[in-house]
Design a binder for this molecule. Structure first.
Ligand SMILES: [Zn+2]
Length: 175
């Protein structure tokens, strides 16, 4: 999967095209996970929001904090293979699964909620994903196109049997 030559290497100063599009699942299955221009524009919007989070954390904690994106854009096939939800914002380039250096997923999620409460960011959904998995947890942040009609919803995902259940708010001790 190679980047079209007209696409930027960096979507924003700190988030690359590569990290926002790469997928081990896509590679393993030989799927070309290249976003179309609309999806690319959405991905840039998502990266811009992550820049805001990064800048806020750097400023607040007075140290360089990196945000690692484990999944950004996922085309239909990749999304299906990773059991993403049918209406996943990842399919539009409007979501990122991420974590921050020196933070647990739960404390990272709290920082983003704090930003929202201060009016510094708006999102559609922030999900603390499987906090009971410790290092296997992550934060999903999703947006609506052009930032319109965002719900600012905060949820925690937990597994109940084989089902994923979404609880309201951040519930770091939920099992
Ligand atoms: Zn996600």
């Amino acid at each position: 999967m190679s980047k079209p030559s007209t696409y930027p290497t960096k979507l924003t100063p700190n988030f690359s095209y590569r990290e926002m599009t790469r997928s081990n699942t896509a590679i393993r299955h030989g799927i070309d996970n290249t976003p179309n221009p609309t999806e690319l524009a959405n991905l840039i919007y998502t990266a811009e929001q992550l820049e805001k989070v990064r800048a806020y954390l750097n400023d607040k904690h007075k140290r360089p904090i990196g945000i690692m994106v484990s999944s950004g854009f996922r085309n239909e096939r990749v999304n299906t293979l990773v059991n993403g939800s049918k209406n996943s914002a990842h399919k539009l380039g409007l979501a990122a699964d991420c974590d921050a250096t020196g933070f647990t997923s739960s404390t990272f999620a709290k920082e983003i909620v704090e930003m929202r409460d201060k009016g510094l960011i708006a999102f559609d959904q922030l999900i603390l994903e499987y906090p009971n998995r410790g290092d296997g947890a992550w934060v999903h942040i999703g947006f609506k196109k052009d930032g319109k009609g965002q719900r600012n919803q905060v949820l925690t995902a937990v597994k109940r049997g084989k089902k994923t259940v979404y609880l309201q708010g951040l519930q770091e001790n939920a099992k």
